[in-house]
Structure formats: structure tokens, C-alpha cells
Design a binder for this molecule. Structure first.
Ligand SMILES: Nc1nc2c(ncn2[C@@H]2O[C@H](COP(=O)(O)OP(=O)(O)OP(=O)(O)O)[C@@H](O)[C@H]2O)c(=O)[nH]1
Length: 747
């Protein structure tokens, strides 16, 4: 059987992208839609940018485990496309994509940067393509950042470290991309490193990523004078060509040979290439039809190279064009709506503007910038939009095309494109409009619960306001950071996904946002609950002078061990009472009490509060205000919860339990398993992996995982890696809880 010609194979691969069926959809932090009543008619106006040909556009992301080489590869892409004049290096802190000072100093990506550049594929007669690229972070603390970017992409390049293979965080981001139906291709990087293994890594792609690897290239090595293997280039299985890169150059000079050369120079590799081609043809013929029918199997193109040595990046860019879909190739986007009685799903299409604001970045020069992906219609400068999250009408002040931290003003962002909206001077001029749309959700993501926290304090009283402003800016950028203020002491607590997450938040607050503040020790964020035996009821009356007026309210509270929610129940209320308003006040009071547990001030879990009002016993005088009812509910709830835990202190603290995946060499497996299960109190659930590299899946309390990376490295001579994610909270024994108490109180 013959492999289809280049165009035919491209079409075949495109079918693959097409075949991704129903996409998940949902909630978003913020989505935009033109106000159809007034602005629909004009929203299809075009600017210069609206003419961009969608078939010649790719919206792609670069995803991988930490340090696989995402930024290094992206910097080469920018260089070969002519976008930059010199290659930025992670190790020198000179990259375009990692432009934040915190990123450059640590050599890691923290926030997804977006960039637009053109690439003309190497096939003769090719037209230029526009690539909108997002480089995502690899560290597990920033998984939320990856997810919110992935959901707006049409395709992703997954980078693997040729020595480490498929690492745990790669599996995680791979599954995230799968969730949103994003077609992927794989770039097997770092093949220049000693210990790089092409074949075993391809096998790992099949076993760990559950994908069918379609090997499109094979690596070529040459021996130097000392007999060491030097990575020189790739054999292109599809085009039947050989690409060799000059050593030490900028990667622009590529020697191209045909198979006759390969047969003469490297007969073994030649026969491997023939076998690989047969395997590729068989794989394609097996999956081409099936894929469209089943849509569940994944055939993934695999390419190889060494970005740092400037090898393999140009063919990778060609592959992005050939094998990843354009916005036109993607299934129609769906939005779900909920207007109370009517709920449903709509396809987004036509001229009507529908865009998703998927991220906010505070630019030191330009202020708040909103990343926007347009799904239908055209986003035009100076037009008005309806913000479905806030229920307000907004004017588009400026539109920009971003080049990492540089920007160019544009008139419009057409369907299928990613751009930036300058958010103007906040929302204060936005006009509230009646919400005829109800709740509209487009590709929702969940903000994960924080598991670490620290106190944060201004250096002086006068710095309080600037600190609060800086924090609100940081929170706008990163919804996985949370701020809570202790109502009694006024102390602010910042919480987030991990130690690194909070350390970086601190560095950015003090460095970039110039806040004069101190952050306390980073501690684990526990949860509180009530004893399993408790069933406590309390009636409370609230009487207080607020702004010179005496206000009164009362209610009756009971709580049970169930799920996290506050319930209210009211009977026989006088007609004059606004039940809905009252209910809201009581709920907000109860929620405030649940947000700050009575034991150590951590949020409550698995606790339900029931509030009942008896008009014959509780206050309903003119002195009763909503604020008074809210305070009464808070007071009653807190007191009832406090009473419950003094009756029985056992098991009222809950700790985060983590799902941990550790990857180690075979020889270190025993040590690592022993350490996890005995020293750290974990449960080892599964041992996996083959050919010398093994993985351990375990559940371990987060408390025991603090500082684990350092320990793992010392146990495994630096070769072990791990990722973890939150599994849930578990009640702590009295002994473990006592340790926590001691630690928090500094005893
Ligand atoms: N030998 C070798 N080193 C590489 C290669 N590609 C990247 N590196 C090095 O690997 C390290 C990590 O590279 P990055 O590009 O920062 O990796 P990343 O995936 O962007 O990392 P995060 O953004 O922090 O997740 C740097 O020291 C690079 O110089 C390669 O092909 N060969």
C-alpha cells in the first residue's frame, strides 16, 4: 500500500481533527456578546484584520511537564519565523515569552503568554499562515493557568523530554486537552542529551497517554571522534527525506538528502525508515475511517528534535500547519444557557458576536488587558458589548494584537482569532442592562480550592490601601489565588495552589506591583468540620448599635453533618417581611460563619446550617435591618458550631489528601515506596511503568509532602520527579490535629 501524497495525507490528518465530536462547554469567568437590540446590526463591520483568512490560521498551545523545553522551542519558532532577530534563551533570562521578572529569574513559565507570528511552510508554493501561539506553564501549581488557556485553543503541541519520557504533568495536561477535544501532536525534544531514548518514549506515548503514536520522523545520530553519539537531524518518513543540521549554528542551515543518500550512508537507519513507513501507512489505514466513526481513539503525529541545539523546529512548524486544525476545521462551539425555566445548549454561529474573555493580565504600561477568543462575529473597536457575567454593557476601548509583552493596535478581531481587549477604566462607566440572557456559559472551568495560605500585612497603616489595590489586581489575573480577611483581627490571608504559587504571588506583589508588604510563613490550608455525633441547636438574638441606630434581629440555628451549604427555612412570617430579602441576609450570615470555622478559623466542610425564624419569639420590629439579620445568623451559626466542637474535639480538623504520582528509576523504586508508605503515612495504590522507569501512584496527606521534591531528589540522585493533585479532605486524628495546632500557634 502506498502512503497518500502530501496533500492527501494532510487531508487525512485534517479528518482526524474534524472527527473530534461534541465539545465540552460551560461556565466562564467572563463572556462577551454584542447587545443584539442595538448593536447587532453594526457588529459585522470589518477592520483591516477581519480579512485574515481563517483557513490559514492556527490557534495553538505548547503544553508539557516542567522543563520539557516549551519556552526554548517557542523561542526558536519566533526566530525561524523572522519574528525575532536573535534566539532568546531560558538559561540567560532573555526569552520573549517568559517576560515577567519572576519568570526570567526562576527560568520557568508562570503565566501563559500569547504571541502571533507568520509561518510559510517549506513545501514549494506555500502561502503564509498566521499562528496564534500560547506558551503555558509546566509546574503543577499553575494547572489552572494551563486549563483556562487550553480551552480556547484549536490544537496543541505536546513537548516531551527525550530523557525523561512521558512525565506525570504531561499526562495531566494531555488529559486537560482531551477534555476540551483539542487535537495534539508530539515533539520529542532533547534528543541531544545523553540517555535520550526515542523508541521507548514512543512506546510510553501509547501506554501512558493512551494514544496511537504515528511516527513521522526518526532521529539521526553520528559518532564523533570519541565514539559518542551526536544528534544531527531527522529522517522524514512522509516525504522520504533526510534533514541534517549544521552543528553549533543557529539552525537555519539544513542539508537535505534523499533516501539514496540514507541507503548508502546509514543502511540500518534506512531499513528502519522503510519499516516505520509501512507501520505509518497501516496505522493510517486502520484509523482513518474508524476515527470519524468512533472519535475516541487518538492517532497522534510524533516528531523529534533538540530545540536547544536548534534541530527539528522548522519541520515542527510545518507539522503545526499540516496536522493541527484551523478554526474552520473545529466543531461548532456550544454555549449553555439557563433562564430559569428554560435551559439548553446553542451552537455559536453566524455574524452575531460571541467571544470568550479567558484571562486578564495587568500590563504595567497599558493597565488591565483581557485575552479574548472570538467564536462568532467580529469584535470591533468602539463597539458595545454585553458582558454576560456582570450583566453590563461595555464599550471596547482598544483592541490589541499581543507579541508577548509588546502590542499593536488593531481595529477588530475576527471570528476564530485570539486577541486582547484593553479593559478601559474599570467597570464604573458600564451600564447595567436587564438580563434577558440568563446565565450563559461557554467552556467553563472550575477554580480549584486552595491548599496553602499565608498571612499578608502592609508594612505600615498607610500601605494598607495600596496593598489592597495590588492584591485585587493580582486576583483579577489569577482566580486561583484567594484573599480572606479575618473579621475580628482584620488580618488578610492569601491562599493558593502551592508553595511556589504563593511565593511567586509575593514576589510579584512586592516586585512588579510595588506593594510594601510582608508575607508570613506559608502554611497548609486545613478545613474544619463538626463532630460526626453532633446535633446542636441554638436560638440567638442580636442587638447592636450600628451607625448610631439600635438594630435587632434573632433566629434559631441547628446544624447537621452533610454537604457544604446553608439552608434557611421560615414559617408563618408576617406579611410585611420581605422573605427573599430576609433569606438572602440569613444565608449570607450563615455562609460567613461557615467560611471561618470556630476551631482555628479554617473554612468549614461537610456542614449544613439550618436557620428557622419564629415570629413569635424573634424580632420583627422596625429596628430589624437586613444587616442585623445577617449578623444574627452569623453569630448564631458560629456559636452553635463552637458549642458543637467543645462537646467533642475528635476529628474536627480535616487535611488535604493528595493523589501523588512519583516517577523513578527501577533501582530506586523500593526506597521511594517505603518512604511514601511508612515515613509519610501514604497509601500506595499502584505501581506502573516498564523498561527501567517506574511510577508509583499513592495517596498521601499534603502535610507529609512539604519539602518532598528535595528529599526525592536526594533519594534518587536527582532523577525522580513527581506531581500531585488534590483528592479531597480527610478527618485528622486527635494526635495529627494536635501537631497542626502546635505548628500554627508556633508552639
Ligand atoms: N540539552 C537540551 N536542553 C534543552 C533542550 N530544550 C530545552 N533545554 C533546556 O531545558 C531547560 C528547560 O527548558 P524550558 O524551555 O525553560 O522548558 P519549559 O518547558 O518551558 O519549562 P517551564 O516553562 O518552566 O515549564 C532549559 O535549561 C533549556 O536550556 C534541548 O533540546 N536539549
Amino acid at each position: 500500500m502506498l502512503l497518500p501524497a502530501r496533500t492527501a495525507s494532510t487531508i487525512c490528518w485534517r479528518c482526524l481533527a474534524h472527527s473530534k465530536t461534541a465539545q465540552s462547554l460551560g461556565r466562564t469567568a467572563f463572556s462577551l456578546r454584542s447587545d443584539p437590540k442595538r448593536f447587532y446590526a453594526t457588529s459585522s463591520a470589518t477592520g483591516a484584520d477581519a480579512t485574515v483568512d481563517l483557513a490559514h490560521t492556527r490557534n495553538i498551545g505548547i503544553i508539557a511537564h516542567i522543563d520539557a523545553g516549551k519556552t526554548t522551542t517557542t523561542e526558536r519558532m519566533l526566530y525561524y519565523s523572522g519574528f525575532t532577530r536573535r534566539i532568546g534563551e531560558v538559561d540567560e533570562g532573555s526569552t520573549v515569552m517568559d517576560y515577567l521578572p519572576a519568570e526570567r529569574s526562576r527560568g520557568i513559565t508562570i503565566t501563559s503568554a500569547a504571541i502571533t507570528f507568520d509561518w510559510t511552510p517549506s513545501a514549494p508554493g506555500s502561502q503564509p499562515y498566521t499562528i496564534n501561539l500560547i506558551d503555558t506553564p509546566g509546574h503543577a501549581d499553575f494547572t489552572f493557568e494551563v486549563e483556562r488557556s487550553i480551552r480556547v485553543l484549536d490544537g496543541a503541541v505536546t513537548i516531551l523530554d527525550g530523557v525523561a519520557g512521558v512525565e506525570a504533568q504531561t499526562e495531566k495536561v494531555w488529559r486537560q486537552a482531551e477534555k476540551y477535544g483539542i487535537p495534539r501532536l508530539i515533539f520529542l525534544n532533547k534528543l541531544d542529551r545523553v540517555g535520550a531514548k526515542f523508541g521507548p518514549t514512543v512506546k510510553e506515548i501509547a501506554s501512558k497517554l493512551n494514544a496511537w503514536p504515528a511516527v513521522l520522523q526518526l532521529p539521526i545520530y553520528e559518532q564523533d571522534k570519541r565514539g559518542d553519539d551526536i544528534f544531527r537531524g531527522v529522517v522524514d518518513i512522509v516525504e522520504k527525506r533526510v534533514f541534517l543540521w549544521g552543528l553549533g549554528g543557529d539552525g537555519q542551515k539544513i542539508d537535505v538528502h534523499n533516501y539514496t543518500w540514507l541507503k548508502g550512508e546509514k543502511p540500518d537507519l534506512y531499513s528502519e525508515a522503510l519499516t516505520a513507513r509501512v507501520a505509518l501507512v497501516e496505522l493510517l489505514s486502520e484509523h482513518d475511517e474508524e476515527l470519524t466513526l468512533r472519535g475516541s481513539s487518538e492517532v497522534v503525529p510524533v516528531l523529534c528534535g533538540a530545540s536547544f541545539k536548534n534541530i527539528g523546529v522548522q519541520p515542527l512548524l510545518d507539522a503545526v500547519i499540516d496536522y493541527l486544525p484551523s478554526p474552520l476545521d473545529r466543531p461548532e462551539t456550544e454555549i449553555s444557557y439557563d433562564r430559569g425555566k428554560t435551559k439548553g445548549v446553542l451552537n455559536v454561529s453566524g455574524d452575531r458576536l460571541c467571544a470568550l474573555a479567558f484571562k486578564v493580565v495587568n500590563d504595567p504600561k497599558r493597565g488591565a488587558m483581557v485575552f479574548v477568543r472570538v467564536y462568532s462575529g467580529t469584535l470591533v473597536r468602539a463597539h458595545h458589548l454585553y458582558n454576560t457575567t456582570l450583566g453590563v454593557k461595555e464599550r471596547v476601548h482598544r483592541l490589541l494584537k499581543m507579541y508577548a509583552d509588546d502590542a499593536v493596535d488593531i481595529q477588530s478581531i475576527p471570528t476564530g482569532h485570539i486577541g486582547h481587549r484593553h479593559s478601559g477604566k474599570g467597570n464604573k462607566h458600564h451600564q447595567k442592562v436587564s438580563d434577558s440572557f440568563g446565565t450563559i456559559q461557554l467552556r467553563p472551568i472550575e477554580v480549584p480550592p486552595p491548599v496553602f495560605f499565608a498571612s499578608i500585612e502592609p508594612s505600615s497603616l498607610s500601605e494598607q490601601k495600596p496593598l489592597e489595590d495590588a492584591l485585587s489586581m493580582l486576583l483579577r489575573e489569577d482566580p486561583s489565588l484567594h484573599i480572606t480577611t479575618d473579621e475580628d483581627s482584620g488580618q488578610m490571608l492569601i491562599s493558593g495552589m502551592g508553595e511556589l504559587h504563593l511565593e511567586i504571588a509575593r514576589d510579584r506583589l512586592v516586585g512588579e506591583l510595588k506593594a510594601k508588604a510582608e508575607m508570613g510563613r506559608i502554611l497548609i490550608s486545613y478545613r474544619e468540620t463538626i463532630p460526626s455525633t453532633s446535633g446542636y441547636e441554638l436560638r440567638t438574638a442580636f442587638e447592636k448599635e450600628i451607625a448610631g441606630e439600635l438594630v435587632k434581629a434573632g433566629c434559631h440555628v441547628s446544624h447537621t453533618l452533610t454537604v457544604d451549604e446553608a439552608e434557611t427555612e421560615h414559617t408563618k412570617l408576617p406579611k410585611s417581611i420581605d422573605i427573599e430579602g430576609l433569606k438572602g441576609s440569613l444565608i449570607s450570615g450563615a455562609i460567613a460563619a461557615l467560611g471561618r470555622g470556630p476551631y482555628l478559623g479554617f473554612p468549614m466542610r461537610n456542614t449544613s446550617i439550618k436557620i428557622t425564624i419564629d415570629p413569635s419569639k424573634d424580632y420583627f420590629g422596625t429596628e430589624s435591618t437586613p444587616a442585623a439579620y445577617s449578623s444574627a445568623a452569623r453569630l448564631a451559626s458560629t456559636t452553635a458550631l463552637r458549642e458543637a466542637i467543645t462537646l467533642n474535639e475528635e476529628g474536627i480538623l480535616m487535611e488535604p489528601m493528595m493523589s501523588v504520582i512519583v516517577t523513578v528509576d527501577e533501582k530506586d523504586l523500593g526506597k521511594v515506596v517505603g518512604d511514601l508508605s511508612s515515613a509519610r503515612g501514604g497509601h500506595v495504590l499502584e505501581l506502573g511503568g516498564v523498561s527501567g522507569k517506574r511510577s508509583v501512584v499513592a495517596t498521601v496527606p499534603l502535610k507529609e509532602m512539604v519539602g518532598y521534591l528535595k528529599h526525592l531528589r536526594s533519594m534518587t540522585t536527582g532523577r525522580g520527579t513527581f506531581v500531585m493533585s488534590l483528592l479531597g479532605w480527610e478527618r485528622m486524628t486527635r494526635v495529627r490535629a494536635a501537631d497542626v495546632l502546635k505548628d500554627i500557634r508556633g508552639g
